[in-house]
Design a protein around this ligand. Structure first.
Ligand code: EPU
Length: 426
C-alpha cells in the first residue's frame, strides 16, 4: 500500500454499519516478546497488522528468531536458534515495548544487552520498576552509554512489590520469572486484560503463573517452555475508539468482537455521556446522542478509566452540552493534542494534570498534526464530527497502533481518505 502523508476527513456523516476490532496491540507486543522464552515455535493468532507489530517482528528477526505473518492475522515465531542477545538501538528507540525482550533473553540465555528506551511525547516513561524487579530476581544489571547490560546465570524467585501498577513492568517481570528458580510473588501489579492474556499464553507454553488479573501474581519457575498456539484478545482501545467515533457523529454502529468486560470504565463513561451502549451477539451496539452530556474522568491503572482513552474522550466531550473535566494520573504530559483540538474550535484549558473542557456546539475542520497514537485517534474522531475538512498529519503514529483505521471508518460511511486521493477527485 502506498504511504499516506496526510489524511483528509470530511466531517458530518453519522457512522452506520458494522466494524470488526483487530487483535490487541498491547497484548500482541507482550506475547511476541515473551515468545523468546519458548524452545519451540509459537503461533499467534489474531495479531493486528500494525506498525508496532512489524517493528517487533523486525526485532525478533534481528535476534535470530524468524518471525512472520503466515496468514492475514497469524504470526509464527521460531525462537529455537536465537543468536544475538543484543537489541539494536534503532528498534528500541522506535518502540518502548521492545525493552521487554530484555527479561526473556536474560531468563533463557543468562545475558542481554538492551538500550534504555527514550522518553516520548506523553512523558518521561522511565524503566526503574523493570530494572528494580529484575535485580530482585538476581540479575546483575548496569547501564553504560545508554545501554543496559544484564547478566544472571539463572534468575531466582523473589518477592517484588511495585510502587505503581505498571503494565509493562508487570508483563516483563512475570515473563522473566517463568524460568527462575523457585517462586516469585509480584505485588501491586497491573491487572489489565492484556496481562491476563499474557499469563494464559505463558501457561499454555508450560509456565505456572497464577493470579493474573489481580494485584498479586505468583509465578512458579519451570525449566523450559515449549511451543504452542494462542489467540490474542480483541483490542479494547480500538473498540473504545470506534465507540467514541459513533458517539461523536450521532451514529449507530455494531463493534464486532468488542468485549464489554474489558471495557467497563469506558462503557460507563460513554453511558454517562448519553451514548447508548448495548451488548449484542458478538459485540457491542453503540448509538450516539444528539449532543453528549458533560462528564468527569480520572485516568488511573485498570480497572479505572484507561489513559489511552482520555484523548478520544476529550474529542467527544469537546462538543458536550456543558463543562467536563479530565484528570490524567498515569502520564505526566498527555495533553499535547489539546492545542490541535482547540484549533478545531474546541474550548479546552489545561492546568497541570487536569483539562477543563467547555463544550461547544460544533467543531470546524482545519489542518492538524498528531503527536502520539491516541492523539491521532482523537483528532480523527474530532474530524469525523467537524464541519468541513480536517487534514491530519503525523499519520505514522496512527499506523503504529490501529489497523487500517481509515479503511474501517470508510466501511462505516465516513469520508476519510488520503488528501492526494481527495484532490484527484476534485
Ligand atoms: N513508569 C515508571 N517506571 C517504570 C515503568 C513505568 O515510572 O519502570 C511510569 C510511566 O512513566 C507512566 C506510568 O508508570 O507514567 C505507567 O506506565 P506503564 O508501565 O503502565 O505503561 P507501559 O507499560 O509503558 C502500556 C501501554 C501504553 C499504555 C500504558 C498504561 C504497551 C505497549 N503500552 O505502556 O499504551 O498507555 O501501558 O496503560 O502495552 C498506547 O497504546 O497508546 C500506549 C501508550
Amino acid at each position: 500500500m502506498a504511504k499516506v502523508d496526510k489524511l483528509c476527513i470530511q466531517g458530518g456523516n453519522p457512522l452506520h454499519g458494522r466494524v470488526a476490532v483487530s487483535g490487541s496491540k498491547n497484548a500482541a507486543l507482550a506475547l511476541m516478546a515473551a515468545s523468546i522464552l519458548a524452545e519451540e515455535p509459537v503461533t499467534l493468532r489474531n495479531v493486528p497488522r500494525i506498525g508496532d507489530v512489524y517493528t517487533m517482528i523486525e526485532l525478533l528477526q534481528e535476534l535470530g528468531a524468524p518471525a512472520q505473518f503466515v496468514e492475514r492475522t497469524t504470526v509464527v515465531i521460531d525462537p529455537r536458534n536465537i543468536l544475538t542477545l543484543e537489541a539494536p538501538y534503532d528498534l528500541v528507540r522506535r518502540m518502548r515495548a521492545s525493552f521487554n525482550v530484555l527479561g526473556p533473553l536474560l531468563a533463557r540465555f543468562g545475558f542481554a544487552r538492551v538500550p534504555v528506551p527514550g522518553g516520548c511525547d506523553i512523558g518521561a516513561r522511565p524503566v526503574n520498576f523493570h530494572i528494580d524487579g529484575l535485580r530482585r530476581l538476581g540479575a546483575d544489571l548496569h547501564s553504560e552509554h545508554g545501554v543496559y547490560t544484564a547478566e544472571a546465570r539463572r534468575l531466582r524467585g523473589a518477592n517484588i512489590y511495585m510502587d505503581f501498577q505498571s503494565a509493562g513492568a508487570t508483563q516483563h517481570l512475570m515473563t522473566a520469572a517463568c524460568l527462575a528458580d523457585g517462586v516469585t510473588v509480584i505485588e501491586n501489579c497491573a491487572t489489565e486484560p492484556e496481562i491476563v492474556n499474557l499469563a494464559n499464553f505463558l501457561n499454555s507454553l508450560g509456565a505456572k503463573v497464577e493470579g493474573a488479573g489481580t494485584t498479586t501474581i505468583t509465578v512458579t519457575g519451570v525449566d523450559r517452555l515449549h511451543g504452542g498456539e494462542f489467540t490474542i484478545i480483541p483490542d479494547r482501545l480500538e473498540a473504545g475508539t470506534f465507540a467514541v467515533a459513533a458517539g461523536i457523529t450521532q451514529g449507530e454502529i455494531v463493534i464486532e468482537n468488542a468485549v464489554e468486560d474489558h471495557m467497563r470504565p469506558v462503557v460507563n463513561k460513554l453511558r454517562e455521556a448519553g451514548v447508548q451502549v448495548t451488548r449484542v451477539n458478538g459485540g457491542l451496539r453503540v448509538r450516539g446522542p444528539q449532543r453528549p452530556e458533560p462528564v468527569e474522568i480520572k485516568t488511573n491503572p485498570h480497572p479505572a478509566f484507561p489513559t489511552d482513552m482520555q484523548q478520544p474522550f476529550a474529542a467527544l466531550l469537546s462538543i458536550a452540552d456543558g463543562t467536563s473535566m479530565i484528570t490524567e494520573n498515569v502520564y505526566e504530559s498527555r495533553f499535547r493534542y489539546v492545542n490541535e483540538l482547540n484549533r478545531m474550535g474546541a474550548d479546552i484549558r489545561v492546568s497541570a494534570r487536569t483539562a477543563v473542557i467547555n463544550g461547544v456546539p460544533r467543531l470546524t475542520g482545519c489542518p492538524v498534526a498528531a503527536t502520539d497514537l491516541r492523539a491521532a485517534a482523537a483528532l480523527v474522531c474530532a474530524g469525523l464530527a467537524a464541519e468541513g475538512t480536517t487534514e491530519l498529519t503525523g499519520l505514522d503514529h496512527l499506523e503504529r497502533g490501529y489497523e487500517d483505521l481509515p479503511g474501517k471508518l470508510r466501511q462505516l460511511g465516513a469520508t476519510v481518505e488520503s488528501c492526494e486521493q481527495a484532490m484527484r477527485k476534485g
